[in-house]
Design a protein around this ligand. Sequence first.
Ligand code: BGC
Ligand code: BGC
Length: 840
Amino acid sequence: MKPFKPLLLCVALALACGTAAHAATPAGQIHPSQWPQPTWPLATDPAIERRIDALMATMSVEEKVGQIVQGDIGSITPEEVKKYRLGSVLAGGGSDPGGRYNARPAEWLALADAYWEASMDTSGGGHAIPIIWGIDAMHGQSNVVGATLFPHNIGLGATRNPELLREIARITAAETRTTGMEWTFAPTVAVPQDDRWGRAYEGYSEDPALVASYAGVFVEGLQGKAGAADFLDDHHVMTTVKHFLGDGGTTNGKDQGDTTVSEAQLRDIHAAGYVPAIAAGAQSVMASFNSFHGEKMHGHKPLMTDVLKGRMNFGGFVVGDWNGHGQVKGCTNTDCAQTYIAGMDMAMAPDTWKGLYESTVKHVKDGTLPMARLDDAVRRILLAKMRMGLFEKPKPSARALGGRFELLGSPEHRAVARQAVRESLVLLKNQDGLLPLSPKQRVLVAGDGADNMTKQTGGWTLTWQGDGTKREDFPNADTLWDGLKSQVQSAGGKAELAVDGAYTRKPDVAIVVFGEDPYAEFQGDLPDLMFKGGRSGDLELIRKLKADGIPVVAVFISGRPLWLNREINAADAFVAAWLPGSEGAGVADVLLRGANGRPQHDFSGKLSFSWPRRADQYANNVGQPGYDPQFAFGYGLTYADKGNLPPLSEEPGIDPTKSRTSTWFDRGVAATGLTLRLTGADGEAMDIVHPSATTPDGSLAMTAINTDVQEGGRQFTFSGKGLVELRSNAPLDLDRETNGDVFVISTLRVDALPAGAPVSYLATSGKTTRGEVSIAQALASAKVGEWTRVGVPLRCLRIAGVDMKSVEIPMALQAGQGVRLSLAKVAIGTDYDQKVTCGG
Ligand code: BGC
Ligand code: BGC
């Protein structure tokens, strides 16, 4: 085959090939002149430019590099900020003051002061350059206990109310300022095209026009209006428009995957939100983890430099994503001149900042990274800091809103969030006008989402994945049940909560609240659109109540539309509630009539994502060929509509048993695609199909034990050296999870552990590579006879040599004589009781 000649193609297609002499495949080529040209609203300020010139003229290379590297508060101390003169820190989803996800607001603020003071302390040399702290204030200041938690973006998409979004952004900025941060990593303007993507809920809509209608006003709400007196003042924060570019367009909706759409689609669909955001003066844009036709965005010069900063006139700075630079070809997390050369201004190097700083200083000194590029990056960052007036500001706690914690979850703010909940609810079905309900009746509230803050707030809430939180972590919040109960009771009705539906007296009506458990990023990627209700048996619950002659209203909590035709058929009324956040009472406002018997609020939410007809309708988006959804984009009933639906097809279109999950072992059995195998001291292996088994040599015996469910676990008794393995039928690609610091979490119970007995966790790739991590210490510190979740960082397995892209045995336990262990569950995640360190 002849090598491809790009020049010829330019001529053949009569396209302007632009400036980029770029090694992209033809399909991945970018033509900047064909991209939109928003106007950057901020004129050059000569006084500021002079000030920056003067400052930069006396900054050392080391100081300049300090500005372009960002560390995470979990991995950098204020002392290190002082020493290395770093210009920015972030708090990742899993990073909190003192390592406690529920740290108090005052602890966040004190830490913000400490970093600021370190950046202004020149006793060790250098210039005083105020630090900026970025945080994922994604749906409110959602890392902080007590903050107002707005619906996630998918729910806001359904409101079709840009002015409400402006108000939400304004409140989010104010609450963020109370804890000292001046910069949020929001809004996400992804245009998710495949609902299997674990970040679908971070997007407002599958429709670029709807995303664009929000992006500019949201930026204005956060930052203030460009040119106005309050622009970027102490009541506002800098925005990050993310993730540039094509995050919502990856093949199969795979997080951090490859986007292989045409350049026109990349521009018209995925870049739609950047146009108004730039016109509103967004101060930063975050580079995306995804690639475009095989080339990672963190190294994509044509898009980052030629399009974004050149053609699109973006006058802020580009920030990287979590070690995203390390995924660029030829880079590591601690060494990547390429990303800066391609146009990155500040690399996010959470736990790798020191290495990246050191290698970058070297690259500048030996000319690999041109001084002009370094200067441009530093200038962009200093410009943003000066636009905020930060050089003149006192420490974060002494600024206008610093320490005003009464604003966190204040009644006024919560009222806006509650309005957003009401406006985000989409009514899919209302058979015979069951809704709105009289609050004067006997109302049963059931389902595991009814009184469940963790579920209704979703990912990016106090913890990265949104899991592991408790009700008391949400002092300023109502569950759906809280809202329903209080309105029913005050109207003289009777409300009963029974998660499993086992009512004490037969109700007049039941509201069943169910849905997805929280997730974030790739951990939420799905193989198909089946709803895996799992344990709670939601469909059965609805059917059982119906069989008892009780009308059922189903309320579905989720980060995306899923295939639910069976549930929709079974229920009389069906409401998509998305991820409503802290104001669950907004649901009661719409479902229940007021005291005067009239509806309090009608439904006004309209689908911003098309609802699938089958579980294999992954990418069925409005305006695209073959569009054939169950409920179209824009669908949403009101009380004036006839809400009856004919029975929907219950044919899912896929084989539900084939789908892959992140749970590898549960209730005593290996998940689909995995096999449980025992190997005895003599090396003889056997695959397990029954609840009990003993290896031929008798050295390893397995029996079923009860957990919270009958035979929910397996107990392994070692009377010689033995191995318990979970083998994957096809090699597993755990690369993304490993990059994201995910753990294998084994729910284990130590039943007998002789002092000093070795126990290890093993994983393998290929036939020969095996990585071993000792878990003896973690087990020794666990209480005998009690369940504990032991987390093994996937990273440790990679360090031990396992190829994480092709894992054959993701989990095995090896132990010797006298050890007795029980195992209930193995899954990947971040919520563990005990963490194993790579060393042992
Ligand atoms: C996510 C970003 C986020 C960053 C910091 C990344 O993994 O992709 O959206 O802002 O982490 O938490
Ligand atoms: C996330 C961070 C999170 C980290 C957890 C990253 O991928 O973006 O926000 O804190 O993983 O290890």
